[in-house]
Design a protein around this ligand. Structure first.
Ligand code: PLP
Length: 400
């Protein structure tokens, strides 16, 4: 029998999904696991969105749609970009896809040739490097520092760019760190982008989950580089619609033409019913989103306060998304119950085994010695999670 694709065998499996699955398996076997690995809001999809989808089904809106998205959705996205992001697109400059993940993949397909380089600041969302590899390009990882709140600086970007560099993959607000780039920081990056002519794929999926005084700013609104920026967003995180699979990008006509060509030969249009639901989400009032963000902020404040009290833990206050990314460095190199805790993966393994708490190791996001936890779960689960984390750290601190 012939062998399978080498390219696919060389890919990493998504560690967030693997850990969520491991936690679910233990849960199913009756263990009381607290899982802080999930990447989705724990709120229901708003009622008016569900009604729009039911109506679409009842009206038999269940067939193929135009490849790039139905006209009312393209219109709603153009209006959203205008209203929230100061981005000015024609409907022909929008492509609706099967989630923001799909939009990023289409964007990479549209711009990359074999051997091109794509700059990815670490910590990064787990899928970025693997997607870059899938389009035969090379991920160039730039390590950011907690001192700069895990944000790439213009200086670092300039140093990483060479004649092979095709794009920068930028995520603000960030998963896993919660970092939010300010307008000033983005303007400095934009100068490098302008001088070097590279593309920016701006993943703004957590745009709505930002805590005051931080504010989201879209790098694509900087006039001098607007044609170089591919802005990606979607309805998953803002409207608790992860399962509906609607993402979109806005870009220059040439990029959208190319990305649409890829989509025409792979998935065709995104689901017709979900598109109608997305129109309702993007056109509805902001109350549901605001309520959800207030609740996330309350949880963030609780976690930052609790984690700051734990000896050996260093935590940067996240400005957005629903993740905390503490450093556990002083706890490494110890041994507990015969288990050596050499690195963040050992630490997560130890926590799941001994404390029944599931987290994701920082190395999955390109920065070791950290863990990521998601606070997209109820306050009572978070309280239990903090207790288990504290207990695990105490035992480590008492060991040698
Ligand atoms: N970008 C980031 C940074 C994410 O964390 C996620 C989902 O976890 C996505 C993109 C994908 O979102 P979607 O559900 O729209 O595909």
């Amino acid at each position: 029998m012939k062998t399978l694709s080498r390219k696919v065998q060389d890919l990493e499996e998504s560690q967030t999904l693997t850990l969520t699955e491991a936690a679910n398996r233990l849960k199913a076997s009756g263990v009381d696991i607290v899982s802080l690995t999930a990447g989705e809001p724990d709120f229901p999809t708003p009622a008016h969105v569900k009604i729009a989808a039911i109506q679409a089904i009842e009206e038999n809106f269940t067939h193929y749609t135009p490849l790039r998205g139905i006209p009312p959705l393209l219109k709603a996205i153009v209006a959203k970009f205008e209203r929230d992001n100061n981005l000015h697109f024609e409907p022909s400059q929008i492509l609706v896809s099967v989630g923001a993940k799909h939009s990023i993949f289409n964007a990479l397909q549209a711009v990359c040739n074999k051997g091109d380089e794509v700059v990815i600041p670490a910590p990064f969302w787990v899928s970025y490097p693997e997607m870059v590899k899938l389009v035969d390009a090379r991920p160039v990882i730039v390590q950011t520092l907690s001192a700069s709140n895990f944000k790439i600086t213009a200086r670092q970007l300039k140093k990483a760019v060479n004649e092979k560099t095709k794009a920068l993959l930028l995520n603000t607000p960030s998963n896993p760190t919660g970092a939010v780039y300010s307008q000033g920081e983005l303007e400095e990056l934009a100068d490098v982008v302008h001088d070097t002519g590279i593309f920016v794929i701006a993943d703004e999926i957590y745009e709505k989950v930002v805590y005051s005084p931080a504010r989201h700013f879209s790098i694509g609104s900087i006039r001098q580089i607007k044609d170089q920026v591919i802005t990606v967003n979607g309805v998953s995180k803002a409207y608790a619609m992860t399962g509906w699979r609607i993402g979109y990008l806005g870009a220059s006509n040439a990029v959208v033409e190319a990305a649409a060509k890829v989509q025409s030969q792979t998935t065709s249009n995104a689901t017709s019913i979900s598109q109608r639901a997305a129109v309702a989400a993007l056109s509805g009032h902001a109350n549901d989103v605001e309520g959800m963000v207030r609740e996330f902020e309350r949880r963030r404040d609780f976690l930052v306060a609790e984690f700051s009290k734990i000896p050996g833990i260093d935590v940067v206050n996240p400005q957005g998304s629903f993740h905390l990314f503490p450093s556990i460095k002083p706890l490494l190199g110890k041994k507990v119950k015969g288990m050596p805790i050499r690195n963040d993966a050992d630490f997560c393994h130890y926590l799941i085994e001994q404390e029944h708490l599931a987290l994701v190791p920082g190395s999955a996001f390109g920065i070791p010695d950290h863990v990521r936890l998601s606070y997209a779960t109820s306050m009572s689960e978070l309280e239990k999670g903090v207790e288990r984390f504290r207990s695990g750290c105490r035992k480590l601190n008492e060991s040698y």
